[in-house]
Design a protein around this ligand. Structure first.
Ligand code: ATP
Length: 340
């Protein structure tokens, strides 16, 4: 299939940009990487960017908008783009944007996100409104702390009171700590076909929590407290294939989240998204967060995941799936259905 050469695919050179740009090239699009000066090298070396536009910092993004519009570029958002720009700025952008901007608000506000996921019938960790009510292990999450930086665990109210002193003045939420294995489920919802596709799973590699198990409890006791307090700084992602009998539940969860999103932010969530879940030993799937865009956990699958291979019989990364959707929308004269 020949793509309408007029459109180009652009993204901010960070997070999952290599995959997004590679996938766009595979689908026949020309690509544009918007780079922070000094960070161009990977995008040149891996040959995924047909054009690089360098900016000094993220504040300059609006300054290159006209250029992107002239290029006839469609911008693909990812977590870094959203985190650095903020959803208020993104809402005002004029360059065509893949996805539904209205959903960003629901994703970025923890209580709105919770309302959405609850309405979709997902099981969520309990929230303790008052620290005095803590009756089980909890995780304290600070507002706007990307990547779990500074989060801490408390086993009871007394422990909480002691530890929170180090974080005076910060806003936080107290969430039940779920003990189990982490599974990040990747989806793609197509507004053209109406289907929610399961694209893959990953697990995260977080520092220092993923190294604590390498030290015996006895040796942990000998270390200074701050070194053995778990932290959740994400440093990478690993591929994961889950027990096949879990798949119907995961597929249903994705579909329900999309269904509910149509009621709260028409036309609803579409494109890639991820449910961040923990599977307990009782095989309950608890969802602690939704990411309403491509997640870095899809990066191990530049050549497709086992699931996308089953479905497509050709390498189909999430980045490529985005470009495929745009291509199909162009062919069907329906580009407005995938942009906002
Ligand atoms: P990001 O935006 O990168 O996803 P974040 O700041 O929103 O990060 P979360 O994803 O909510 O943070 O949490 C960071 C990490 O903390 C998770 O990957 C997980 O390891 C751990 N975590 C979060 N919530 C819970 C929970 N309720 N029980 C157990 N572990 C949790």
């Amino acid at each position: 299939m020949v793509v309408d050469k007029k459109y180009k695919i652009a993204t901010l050179a960070s997070h999952s940009a290599l995959q997004i740009l590679k996938g766009a090239q595979q689908e026949g699009f020309e690509t544009v990487a918007v780079c922070i000066k000094g960070r161009e090298q990977p995008y040149k070396q891996f040959k995924v960017a047909d054009k690089i536009i360098s900016i000094k910092d993220f504040d300059e993004f609006e300054g290159i908008q006209e250029q992107l519009i002239k290029e006839n570029a469609i911008i693909i958002p990812h977590a870094s783009f959203i985190a650095y720009m903020g959803f208020e700025r993104i809402e005002k952008l004029k360059v065509p944007y893949f996805g539904n901007k209205k959903i960003l608000h629901w994703e970025s506000d923890r209580s709105m996100e919770r309302k959405w996921l609850k309405a979709a019938g997902l099981k969520l960790p309990k929230i303790f409104e008052k620290p005095e009510d803590i009756d089980r292990p909890v995780i304290i999450k600070f507002h706007g702390a990307g990547g779990g930086k500074g989060y801490f665990l408390a086993k009871n109210y007394k422990d909480f009171k002691k530890k929170i002193k180090l974080h005076a003045g910060k806003g936080y939420v107290i969430q039940e700590y779920i003990l189990g294995v982490h599974m990040y489920a990747h989806y793609f919802h197509s507004p053209l076909t109406g289907e929610t596709e399961l694209m893959g799973f990953d697990k995260r590699y977080e520092s220092n929590v993923d190294s604590l198990g390498r030290i015996s409890a006895r040796d942990q006791m000998a270390l200074p407290q701050e070194q053995v307090d778990p932290s959740y700084v994400i440093v990478g992602n690993m591929p994961l294939v889950v027990r096949e009998s879990y798949l119907p539940r995961f597929i249903r969860k994705g579909e329900n989240v999309v269904k509910e999103s149509k009621k709260i932010a028409s036309p609803g969530l579409f494109g890639p998204f991820c449910l961040e879940t923990i599977m307990t030993p009782e095989e309950d799937i608890i969802t602690f967060e939704i990411s309403a865009r491509i997640v870095a956990g899809t990066n191990p699958y530049v050549n497709g995941s086992p699931y996308s291979w089953l479905r497509y019989n050709e390498p189909m990364s999430t980045g490529r799936r985005i470009a495929r959707e745009i291509k199909l929308a162009i062919e069907k004269n329906n580009i407005d259905k995938v942009l906002s």
